[in-house]
Design a protein around this ligand. Structure first.
Ligand code: F6R
Length: 346
């Protein structure tokens, strides 16, 4: 059933290039759904966990590429925000299982006042029966508790949605290059395994990103917590100096997400501040970046990837990093303690 892989998690990570292709084949359906939306002047995403992080990328994309006011609300906190919902708000629910109790409850509240769209992986799940519109993520069944390929497929749906909402042909064209590029990342598992060996005894990790990759930092840290039981914290690059810099000390591992693009300079400077305080840097950046020559642990990407699309690829390395740390620690990544695949209590 695991098709020769040791765990479902690694099998599911290796399925990502195919999942990207399969989800892109939903493009026409997504285009049609977009054409059916009523008039709206505000978008609100609602989700939990990994699906919440995908939603955050949706917020950055819509705000920056289209300019529609957008916010993201955790499903478990949604009831405290319901007063401002109206018929000009489009509420988008993202859920792999379609059975998350917090998300179902929020959908029941939202549909009384607003138009609703659900982005779901499991066909026929509870959420799909309640929402006005449904988009399927086409990731196939995900067995491992930690969400990996379904996160990628949620992102593809969000990018397609944004491309059609904003009539952005360039974004659409670039999306079609992502599947091939994602295969390249999967070919460096040996290198990631070495990094995993080096840091498996760490007590804390920081993940630092800016803009589109702030959610990538959060998701990388969540994967680490879930399957390695190491404390990981995702932080926006510019926010560290407002407090957490006090925690940076010699040899604390810090994952810096540094794609080329408009955010590069500021993020680079923020990472320099951290490095100067003795942290062990693990940098995800472009393979033509000469500033990285003195960095020992780095995972490099094709510099052609636009910063806007970088979250789709950079997260794959962070999933692999968490996976291999888990293996190095002798933990079964498919069945982390205290967690269930779908959370059916509020
Ligand atoms: C993390 C993880 C959880 C889920 C969350 C929402 O790897 O799997 O954080 O993302 O419980 O689940 P869904 O997407 O099914 O609503």
């Amino acid at each position: 059933e695991k098709g020769g892989y040791e765990h479902f998690m690694i099998k599911e990570i290796y399925e990502e290039p195919q999942v990207i292709k399969d989800t892109l084949s939903e493009a026409e359906k997504i285009k049609e759904i977009v054409s059916k939306f009523k008039n709206f002047n505000r978008i609100c995403f609602v989700a939990c966990g990994t699906s919440y992080h995908a939603s955050l990328i949706g917020e950055y994309l819509i705000e920056s590429q289209i300019g529609i006011p957008t916010e993201v609300i955790l499903a478990s906190e949604f009831e405290y925000f319901q007063k401002t919902l109206d018929k000009h708000t489009l509420v988008i629910f993202i859920t792999q299982s379609g059975e998350t109790a917090d998300t179902i409850k929020a959908l029941k509240i939202a549909k009384k006042k607003s138009e609703t769209l659900a982005i779901v992986n499991v066909v026929g799940s509870s959420i799909t029966r309640e929402a006005d519109h449904v988009i399927y993520t086409r990731a196939g069944p995900e067995i491992s508790v930690a969400a990996t390929k379904t996160y990628i497929s949620q992102l593809i749906c969000i990018y397609l949605l944004v491309a059609y909402l904003g009539e952005n042909e360039k974004l659409l064209d670039n999306l079609y290059k992502i599947s091939r590029l994602s295969e390249k990342i999967l070919s460096r598992e040996e290198q990631i395994r070495e990094i995993a060996k080096k840091y498996k005894f760490a007590r804390d990790f920081f993940y630092i990103g800016r803009g589109f990759n702030y959610p990538t930092a959060l998701e990388g840290a969540l994967k680490l917590k879930e399957i390695t039981y190491i404390h990981g914290e995702g932080y926006p690059a510019g926010e560290l100096k407002h407090g957490p810099l006090a925690l940076i000390e010699d040899n604390i591992p810090v994952v810096g997400i540094l794609p080329p693009g408009p955010s590069y300079r500021k993020t680079y400077n923020n990472l320099q501040e951290i490095k100067a305080r003795g942290a062990d840097m693990i940098i995800l950046g472009a393979n033509n970046d000469t500033h990285l020559d003195d960095i020992e642990d780095k995972l490099l990407f094709d510099p052609e990837i636009d910063e806007v699309l970088s979250p789709l690829l950079y997260i794959i390395d962070l999933q692999l990093l968490a996976y291999y740390i888990s293996i190095e620690k002798g933990i079964d990544p498919d069945k982390p303690k205290n967690l269930a695949k779908s959370v059916t209590v509020e």
